[in-house]
Design a protein around this ligand. Structure first.
Ligand SMILES: Nc1ncnc2c1ncn2[C@@H]1O[C@H](COP(=O)(O)OP(=O)(O)OP(=O)(O)O)[C@@H](O)[C@H]1O
Ligand SMILES: Nc1ncnc2c1ncn2[C@@H]1O[C@H](COP(=O)(O)OP(=O)(O)OP(=O)(O)O)[C@@H](O)[C@H]1O
Ligand SMILES: [Mg+2]
Ligand SMILES: [Mg+2]
Lengths: 228, 228
């Protein structure tokens, strides 16, 4: 469902070039449940932004459902990002003077098939699912770190996308809450969604079906998790 | 060195009152190395902000070196925050269009005893210590999540404070980098610094000397870690 072909990404800072991705070839198949691991700075978020159509590679191709996204119009790309892919950012990217409910409603604002009433209802359910049913009208800065992280997760799920890309979704969550979130991802995967998460915690990675390890901008390992 | 006496903190949101801290009594002794754990929303960051003099309790007292901070002038409080306490925020609070080096220099700008040359030198060393010697002139948004987290850590250390309060300092770091950061904290503790970290990872908590567990705004456990 997502194919990355020889992806190279270099950030040019004038006197210094950062080769964040140095030739990544990966296929994410429909129904996959992947954990991406690797050292800080190894290129994981850069890769996620590229396959999530939020950034473009310096060279190489990205295919979504076998279509080269380089050929897509801006509108088509925006539709993919909004409807097909749910993205949880490493730094959440919530709107600050906005309530938890309004933040989660955001992706649905662009969906003409959803009325205002349905939008509020779907958003409320998404927040209840991540345990924030009693935080709907808190502003972003009135939430704890882990609550903000969960609002970002709820927002990524509310449009019921086919692919979920979550960059460190449990980084600020205690063990029990992390397991609840992974439980949600497992349910969605069993319902047929494709899930790719970046994590640095091996316990979390073991709950997925496949693990990919990045190092210095390249994939060095790609294996299926042995289930005991 | 820090004493919290019957700390109560309630956030009043009009129709809803959130009782974030419901009576916390804690003593942090000089040279302690404490990990604070607890569920998302249990009050950990709220507590850290209060003992770090960044917020005031609704009732109860905070004593720094046996002095009630409620009696301190604003200037005195600012000096404590700047020189005595180094704070690593859960969401880093870095300045965005600012380089890693400039972000780390910030606490030293208010220190008249440090020249501009010394300031740049101390900041460079702090960044090298957290493995970012090659990222000095990257802007905040040109750094990975874990790199931003390490800039926040370097900034908290640069003034050589006696007390370090770090809210989830390894939340976005891979295992090896987390252990390097804990190694730095252990060195500082062996040199006499007092360290309090919030973490949700039990492996990290076991590297500290004392663990405190929060639940629903109260301390439910407080024990010394058994060293094997
Ligand atoms: N400014 C605020 N206004 C209203 N409620 C707040 C505010 N800040 C925090 N809260 C609430 O107080 C409770 C405690 O928040 P706190 O940030 O201390 O939790 P935490 O233990 O640090 O959680 P996490 O592990 O998720 O970071 C949460 O339920 C949160 O919703
Ligand atoms: N906009 C940018 N300009 C310059 N360099 C960048 C930019 N974004 C990222 N980098 C660099 O590219 C490298 C890879 O960054 P990336 O964010 O993909 O790492 P990561 O694997 O997600 O790390 P982490 O686990 O710390 O989040 C890092 O060394 C970083 O400094
Ligand atoms: Mg990242
Ligand atoms: Mg917190």
């Amino acid at each position: 469902v997502i194919r990355a072909s020889n992806i190279i990404k270099t950030f040019d800072l004038g006197e210094v070039k950062v080769r964040a991705l140095r030739g990544v070839d990966l296929e994410i198949n429909e129904g996959d449940f992947v954990a991406i691991l690797g050292h800080s700075g190894s290129g994981k978020s850069t890769f996620m932004n590229i396959i999530g159509c939020l950034d473009v590679p310096s060279s190489g191709e990205v295919y979504i459902d076998d279509n080269n996204v380089a050929n897509y119009s801006r509108d088509k790309l925006a539709t993919i990002r909004n409807k097909k892919i749910g993205f949880v950012f490493q730094s959440y990217n919530l709107l600050s003077r906005t309530t938890a409910l309004e933040n989660v409603e955001l992706p649905l604002l662009y969906n003409p098939e959803v009325s205002a009433v349905e939008r509020a209802d779907l958003s409320k359910k998404a927040l209840e699912r991540v345990g924030l049913g009693d935080r709907l009208s808190h502003l972003t800065n009135q939430l704890s770190g882990g609550q903000q992280q969960r609002v970002a997760i709820a927002r990524a799920l509310v449009n019921e996308p086919l692919v979920i890309l979550a960059d460190e979704p449990t980084g600020n969550l205690d063990t029990r809450t992390s397991y609840e979130i992974m439980g949600i991802f497992q349910e969605l995967n069993e319902a047929g969604k494709t899930i790719v998460i970046v994590t640095h915690e091996t316990d979390i990675a073991k709950m997925c079906k496949r693990n990919i390890v990045f190092k210095d901008g390249k994939v060095i390992k790609d294996f299926m998790v042995d289930k005991p």
